[in-house]
Ligand binder design. Sequence first.
Ligand SMILES: [Zn+2]
Length: 766
Amino acid sequence: MVTSSQEVALQVVQQAIAALAIWAKPDNQLPVQKKEHPAVTRAKNVLGWKNYSKIGKLSLLFDKVKLSDQPKQYQPKAHYHRLLAIENNNQEYPDIPYPSDLESVQKEKSAFKDKIQSEVLPYIEENWDNLSWLILILEKFGSCLSFGEPDVALVDRAKTTAAVTAALVNNSDAENISLIAGDLSGIQNFIYTISSDGALKSLRARSFYLELVIQEVVQQLIGDLKLPSTNIIYAGGGNFYLIVSGESQQIKESVNKIRQTFNRWLLNTFKGKLFLAIDSIHVPIKALEDKSFANYWTQLTKDLATQKTRKFYQEIDVFLKASPSYEPCRVCHRDDLPSLKPLIRRNLDSSPACWICRTMFELGDNIFDVKALLRSKRSNIKGYVDRVHIPGYYYYFFTEWQQARNLAQNNEIVFLINDWQLEHYKTDNNLLLLLGNYGKESEVEPGRFIRAEEMAEAAKKVGAIPRVGYLRMDVDRLGRIFAEGLDKENRTLPRIAGLSRQMSYFFKVYLNSLAENRYDNFIKYYKDKTIEVLSNAKYLRERERKNLLFIYAGGDDLFVSGAWNEIVEFAFDVYQCFCAYTGNNPDITLSGGISIDDIKFPLYQAAKSSGEAENKAKANGRDSLGLFAQIFKWDEWLEIEDINFFEPEIKKYLHPENKPKLLGVLPFVKKLEAQNIGVNYSRNFVRNLLITAQIQEQALKKFEEDKESKEALGTRYYLHLPKIAYTLARLPKNVLDDNDFRTSLKSPYNAPYFRAIATWIELLNR
Ligand SMILES: [Zn+2]
């Protein structure tokens, strides 16, 4: 009898579910399991799944990540995953599961077991062969439990073992498996270079479309290689990693076929703006056992980078073929496509645009409430809200998941977007598709995304300057975190998969939660101090900030637009929530950049300037934010609590100055906003503070070369004193009575922050 990869993967997943069920209820009766396939036995052996492996509390894997060779300066508190299922029953998005301490996790144990007993156990039998349902159980309930080793999540152990099993199905004694990775490059070009009316939602559509391209590449590969979805270790954010068999010839052929099909199509459709790099690498089974798996992951990632430098060499004939030129599309500037038509169908005066730009524009209008996608070869399905074509398949969009399911035939896949409801997965072939997709609904055009004008208007409503903010952010040193973040003996497949899953969950799942429900995912924890990792959170105001539209969020980065004042607060929230989520590990940080622009400002330029601000933040030793044309470490923006933050040289120079009560940008802005000093006072204050900053900056120019020189330090930290005394004297009495404010602002430690403080206050009070 030939056993399929699907069946062996199912065996592994069933065993993991059995372990979960027994943990929740030791006397639980389970369906009988088939005799273990040799591939299952081998994979379990290789990946350290013992017959006595047990479920337990899960320590935070991020606690183990360390990038410097120096011993840690402090011993961080050990963090554990709280026992919470991932669910969004009564809300749009699941709550962010911040790590906690052992004691509180113990307290949650029996309630969590009860939950599994009532929500999972009664349904196991009827779904015993339904891989989609079983995997969703593991994601929902097994992301916060360990299995075998204290820092390996049940879901990661189960999925990676199932993947290796499926790769070994035809030869359980094989010496190799393979890893395939792909990367869609040029995304920045495709997304960020357009200029037009309604560009925001159109950008959103473009990034959504690219997500589908990656999903399709992955589906075709696993279809071709006859593998179950467990073999997708990661897919999203423009790249993917798959575990496949070690049969080189077959793998090479599949990879080549996909590379050619997609690159021909990308070249024809997008004129070479997008390119799919895809490659595979042999991974000796030994490397899974001896824990050098991360090396292969890293090597393959590097191979892809090389491929990107010689893109389209296989399609050189198409590339060189002279193409006629026509009137350029007003949106993307392409000139090789005939028959431009008005961008907006009902508005004949709208800009002439090519068919791709028109498609993306309409898609942007239609995806607001999309809940499910049906993937089909058929071209005649009815009742969808929109449809796109990707080589070989159509993707039909529906606002009701049931509608997509009812229309699906045979083995057609239905993707359910951010849908954690177990009962929606009772049919096999329903797959969970996670998307960082928060976007406020427009009040002007209900059923569509908020428009740039509305964002600017939202800022104006609270007295701030009407502008749109654009935030770009990504994880610092991500490649190094995967390659060498874990100790040598910990660089195993289940752990690498775990890091990758948790990282992408933050961007695809929890960023949505943070945008949609700020109070429950952030503010609350500061107020009730129940979660230690967030007990020290900082924010300007407590109010919600929902006037945001995600253009892209996934993998390890984000690009979000919104009312500028809300974007600034959102950036600070994201940073602090990310740090809390990763256990406040100083080696896992984010850098970001914000640009604040008029709604008329071309979007591609805004994207560029926020990108430049982000690059400068990276160049500032990372862990930084570029905002208001200033680059500081996040601590300088939020509040510096420990004077040791400053370099010893600077501290020595400023000695015997004490640390001021308020230190950094936010504390001052917060005080002034709370004092409500009135427009006139605030204008004066801002003007004087800006003049002070300017004098200082001009004087500092002389010392560009040697910023640490005595003269430079003197200029930077003391030049402002006479001017600041003058500035302060003109503030209203209630502010002057605030001793902390007065003395802190005069402290030389705060001198570098004047421009940022002044600019922020200025923009908030227009
Ligand atoms: Zn175009």
